[in-house]
Design a protein around this ligand. Structure first.
Ligand code: ADP
Ligand code: MG
Length: 237
């Protein structure tokens, strides 16, 4: 196992894992299509943030990633952009199939922010993003999911409800993101997360993001990720 440490812009970057793809400095190095580059520019993103520089090439290579970085570091794009690429590489959804990408977040506010960002990048491709959290009528969500969504952004409780209602199945899910894992544990969602993960094929790509790594989150990560690369971006000192 190699461990790479470097310091940039007052940030300590630690990367550990086997055969880790090298970081990038520019979005142009990611091999994104013109449409995706256009969406990135439209968002006003000129250069990738520190966590994006490290995580994008690793996630794009198909590896599992544990990303540890504080709020505001740009984690969303680090998992949403490769998700778009992943989905475009998969066969189209048949009737009653989907989602391919599943993103879990602790609260409806956080889920909604991810939903908005995912929609912006998904739009040029006609990738449908479903919102599966409180504040939106469950019946509307049921209908939306039945019509087909390549991506769902969800809070764990509502996702479990809709899975029980058979609004969606996980048969096509191959890209799973657990965002703000520590907060999901603080809110008592560990059983729901385990249930959701248990319904997704084991050869999926799994990404876990967290601001902190308490023992319980570490234990879950060990159980559900395979040969992950760990990227930690923290303040120096
Ligand atoms: P985190 O999930 O780490 O808290 P977000 O993904 O929510 O961070 O990003 C924080 C803010 O930074 C958002 O407003 C987002 O639009 C912006 N942002 C993300 N990536 C970039 C980038 N490469 N360049 C400029 N702004 C960015
Ligand atoms: Mg975030």
């Amino acid at each position: 196992e190699e461990e790479v440490a470097e310091y940039r812009k007052g940030l300590a970057i630690r990367v550990s894992g086997f055969d880790v793809p090298k970081p990038i400095k520019l979005f142009e190095e990611c091999g994104f299509s013109t449409a995706l580059m256009g969406a990135i520019t439209k968002q006003g993103y000129e250069k990738p943030t520190t966590i994006q520089c490290q995580a994008l090439p690793i996630v794009l290579s198909g590896r599992d990633v544990i990303g540890i970085a504080k709020t505001g570091s740009g984690k969303t794009a680090a998992f949403v952009l490769p998700m778009i690429v992943h989905i475009m590489d998969q066969p189209e959804l048949g009737k009653g199939e989907g989602p391919i990408g599943v993103i879990c977040a602790p609260t409806r506010e956080l889920a909604h922010q991810i939903y908005l960002e995912a929609k912006k990048f998904a739009k040029p491709y006609g990738i449908r993003v479903g919102a599966v959290y409180g504040g939106v009528s469950k019946l509307d969500q049921f209908k939306e999911l039945k019509a087909g969504c390549e991506v769902v952004v969800a809070t764990p409780g509502r996702l479990i409800d809709l899975l029980k209602m058979k609004a969606l199945t996980m048969l096509r899910a191959t890209y799973l993101v657990l965002d703000e894992a520590d907060r999901m544990f603080d809110l008592g969602f560990e059983p729901q997360i385990r249930s959701i993960v248990g319904q997704i094929r084991p050869d999926r790509q799994t990404l876990l993001f967290s601001a902190t790594m308490p023992y319980k989150v570490e234990r879950l990560a060990r159980e559900i990720l395979s040969d992950p690369v760990r990227v930690t971006v923290g303040e120096v000192g």
